[in-house]
Design a protein around this ligand. Structure first.
Ligand SMILES: *Cc1c(COP(=O)(O)O)cnc(C)c1O
Length: 371
């Protein structure tokens, strides 16, 4: 059996950029707390995505949490959230004692359905904020979603954890709403081993987020706190890894795209396979190459056959409204997300995969159609 092929694993630069920044932190004995790497990473990421300001945080989840606080979401407030996502999108709504309402997906994007969102606004006109996600690096239908949020004067937060490097009509995802968040968790397109970033054009709010993230210490000689604080800041070592990774982001996107095209060419014609959607306005980062099946070969047949050969794959996210923890909350839609969950598979999309690795994967899958 060959070496394990991963879904998406950390991939440091061949040039060793990350180590250079980390070494600088060590050489200057500036491991923590903040420092040049944190400032540099915030500046460089904000410039890259085209946002005025950024706050480097310890996780993408923490970034969503502080975005909700910055948006003024509190006890009992309603927040619209896509149902088809990772639980990290929804959990911070609960941290704030707010109430999620889950919104169905659209076949055309796999992301938040604008029609279901419109219905949600009718049912809950008092809604406080909307979170939109760009799943697997595919951008949501932003023109329609932004228009609806503007019309109802509601704060828009973009969970772009999976979409660093994805552009919608030439503009970077995460910069359409009032707040955008990114994640540098281990399996994301670039990683710092763990971390997150909150971006916004509102520099004042970002300054406030940095304040909250460092225990809300007032300007005083003693430790004084007039607000609830959090320990959510990114360390200077971790930020060094991020600065190095940012330099190879475009290479990673190019490789992810190559992987997607490879699968599409080799598997796209098999009966009942449909690759994840592509839209003319979308320039995705192809974080995870995913597909749906309408055939007698089921997602678990593919996952089991790959696992037998030491190859990792996984189902599409299980919708939040079907999760034991979240099922008590309202859901608006018609079962598109359930269909995507029941029929979807995420194929290994690791940027270290060779053509030989990709061939192994497609041969195993093609074999299932010959049985
Ligand atoms: C990874 C991820 C997050 C959370 O990011 P962390 O840095 O792991 O906290 C949030 N939302 C989505 C959609 C994600 O994929």
């Amino acid at each position: 059996m060959g070496e394990r092929i991963f879904l998406s694993s950390p991939h440091m630069s061949d040039e060793g950029y990350e180590m250079q920044y980390v070494k600088e932190a060590f050489d200057t004995n500036w491991i923590a707390p903040l420092g040049e790497n944190v400032n540099g990473f915030e500046r460089e990421l904000a410039d890259m995505v085209g946002s005025n300001a950024a706050a480097a945080l310890s996780s993408g989840t923490g970034a969503i949490h502080l975005a909700l606080r910055a948006a003024g979401v509190g006890e009992g407030d309603i927040v619209f959230c896509p149902t088809l996502t990772f639980s990290a999108t929804a959990n911070p709504i609960i941290y704030q004692n707010a109430v999620p309402v889950f919104i169905d997906s659209d076949y055309a994007t796999w992301n938040m359905c604008p029609k279901a969102l419109e219905e949600a606004f009718v049912k809950y006109p008092e809604v406080k904020a909307v979170i939109v996600v760009h799943l697997y690096g595919l951008s949501a239908d932003m023109d329609k979603i932004v228009e609806l949020c503007k019309k109802h004067n509601v704060v828009l937060i973009e969970d772009a954890a999976e979409s660093l490097g994805t552009y919608y009509k030439g503009k970077h995802t995460g910069t359409f709403g009032d707040y955008g968040i990114f994640s540098f968790n281990g399996n994301k397109i670039i990683t710092t081993s763990g971390g997150g970033m909150l971006v916004s054009n509102n520099e004042e709010r970002i300054a406030k987020v940095r304040f909250w993230a460092t225990q809300s210490r007032d300007q005083a000689r003693h430790y004084q706190h007039s607000e609830l604080g959090f320990n959510y800041r990114m360390s200077n070592v971790v930020a060094g890894i991020g600065r190095g990774q940012l330099k190879v982001l475009s290479q990673r996107v190019a490789k992810k795209k190559y992987i997607y095209e490879f699968y599409k060419n080799e598997l796209g014609h098999l009966e009942g396979i449909e690759m994840m959607p592509s839209n003319e306005w979308d320039n995705p980062n192809f974080w995870l190459s995913s597909l749906t099946l309408n055939s007698k070969v089921r997602p678990f047949d593919i996952m089991d056959a790959l696992e037998k050969e030491n190859i990792e794959s996984r189902p599409v996210w299980k919708p939040m409204h079907l999760q034991p923890y979240f099922e008590k909350y309202d859901f608006i839609g018609e079962g598109v997300s359930e269909m995507l969950f029941e029929n979807g598979v995420c194929l290994p999309s690791d940027t270290k995969m060779s053509d030989g690795n990709l061939e192994r994967v497609v041969e195993i899958i093609k074999g299932l159609w010959k049985e």
